[in-house]
Design a protein around this ligand. Structure first.
Ligand SMILES: Cc1ncc(COP(=O)(O)O)c(C=O)c1O
Length: 442
């Protein structure tokens, strides 16, 4: 046997899986081998209804022909071009197409390869912007408890999920957090955006009073917090944050990595809430999850503030080898074409009332202590097993997979975010799977 063959091809031990209970998985692997539209197929030939659009990213459904063909053609024509000091036509075309669908005023796009990289890019842009304008003391960043902004150091520093932070030292300095907006005692089982809690935005005024506005670069929030288990902004909350940021010259960053590209029934969360941030981070749905890509949108003033100094000089010392990779751009263009042809960026609006009713029909099922919904996002919160947090929801996840549905859990919350092509019949099917599972688990 050759020295190079240390393991058999399907030995599971070499791959250290991300955000996975590796030991549990490797005892009973859950393998997907193909996918089409709303379904995965497993290695044992079972069809699984995708209740989570992969990881909130496959908004147009799986293996869509326009996207596949675009990737194939591009890979054969121009596989890669250097991202620094060189260009290729479709990255410019893609930026223009994205600006066309972005909230008004978001005129420039910077490409990354993931949501985490989009967040780091946005934080650096915010600090760099103030410095470029001669306001270099504005370096503080304000996030929110329970926020998720990816896994890099900036993102976990402004993020507020303790399991993602506690292992990794002291993180970035100069960061503070607003309280989260989850108020189950007042808002449990609200359909859509909750009534109570807009006043929590005033906590930002308290933080500003503590640090002084002149030291704060930006506030970053998810318009709807997803990965923490779906927390919605109370009515008027985001408007208030916008007002406070504007009043104090603080940039507002919306992390739209999951709310972008139709998830709420509008192209972006900013459109849904009628609040325009200064910087908007996206990823996932920009390329339907098929090829890694992220895009950071910025207002003209922010972009233009960097465009000073000698013209031969680089204006923003930041970028990735794969920023605007041609094949990723082709995937994104194929994705935008598919969204447009099928009206997917607004389809969630039509389906949202049906989705809402279906989800809330789970009220009264075993273990359910709250149900939350917006657009095509849903969360069913379960009472934890005393002393064993997360175990009940994880059992639900395993049982759902056995029955033929992919759901996602964080903590004891089941989060649902199906591809935007889901039919009403498939909504019923997904919710029925959850109902049956809740009746089966301890
Ligand atoms: C709001 C938000 N920001 C950032 C990220 C990180 O994205 P990625 O996993 O592509 O780095 C996610 C991922 O779920 C997210 O939901």
């Amino acid at each position: 046997m050759s020295n190079r063959l240390k393991v058999t091809p399907n030995d599971l031990s070499a791959f250290w899986m991300p955000f996975t209970s590796n030991r549990q998985f490797k005892q009973a692997p859950r393998m997907m081998v193909s996918a089409k539209d709303m379904h995965y197929t497993t290695s044992d030939g079972r069809k699984i209804l995708d209740g989570t659009a992969g990881l909130w990213c496959v908004n147009a459904g799986h293996c869509r022909p326009k996207i596949t063909e675009a990737i194939q053609q591009q890979a054969a024509e121009l596989d890669y071009a250097p991202a620094f000091q060189m260009g290729h036509p479709i990255v410019f075309e893609l930026a223009n197409r994205l600006v066309d669908i972005a909230p008004k005023g978001m005129d420039h796009v910077f490409f990354t390869n993931s949501g985490s990289e989009s967040v780091e890019t946005a934080l650096k842009m915010a600090i760099g912007y103030h410095r470029a304008r001669g306001d270099g003391a504005r370096t503080r960043l304000i996030g929110r408890e329970r926020g998720y902004h990816g896994v890099n150091f900036g993102g976990i520093s402004v993020g507020g999920i303790s399991t993602n932070r506690k292992m990794f030292g002291t993180l970035l300095g100069g960061v503070d957090h607003m309280p989260h907006t989850h108020l189950p005692e007042k808002n449990a089982f609200t359909k859509g955006v909750p009534e109570h809690g807009a006043e929590l935005a005033n906590e930002l005024e308290r933080i500003v009073a503590l640090h002084d506005a002149s030291t704060i670069a930006a506030v970053i929030v998810e318009p709807v917090a997803g990965s923490t288990g779906v927390i919605l902004p109370p009515k008027g909350y985001l408007q208030k944050l916008r007002e406070i940021c504007t009043k104090h010259g603080i940039l507002l960053i919306f992390d739209e990595v999951i709310t972008g590209f139709g998830r709420l029934g509008t192209p972006f969360g900013a459109d849904y809430f009628g609040v325009t941030p200064d910087i908007m981070t996206t990823a996932k749905g920009v390329s339907n999850g098929v090829i890694p890509m992220g895009a950071v949108f910025v207002k003209k003033e922010i972009h233009d503030a960097f465009m000073t100094g000698p013209e031969h000089m680089i204006e923003f010392f930041h970028g990735y080898t794969y920023s605007g990779n041609p094949v990723a751009c082709a995937a994104a263009l194929g994705t935008l074409d598919t969204y447009k042809e099928e009206g997917l960026l607004t389809r969630g609006e039509e389906l949202a009332p049906y989705w809402e009713d279906a989800l809330h029909s789970l009220k009264g099922e075993p273990h359910v202590i709250d149900i939350r919904n917006i657009g095509l996002i849903g969360a069913i919160e379960l009472a934890p097993i005393p002393g064993q947090p997360t175990k009940r929801a994880f059992s639900a996840f395993l049982k759902a997979f056995e029955r033929g549905a992919l759901i996602r859990t964080t903590g004891d919350i089941i989060a649902l975010s199906p591809p935007l092509i889901i039919t009403k019949g498939q909504i019923n099917e997904l919710v029925d799977h959850v109902r049956e599972v809740l009746r089966m688990i301890d």
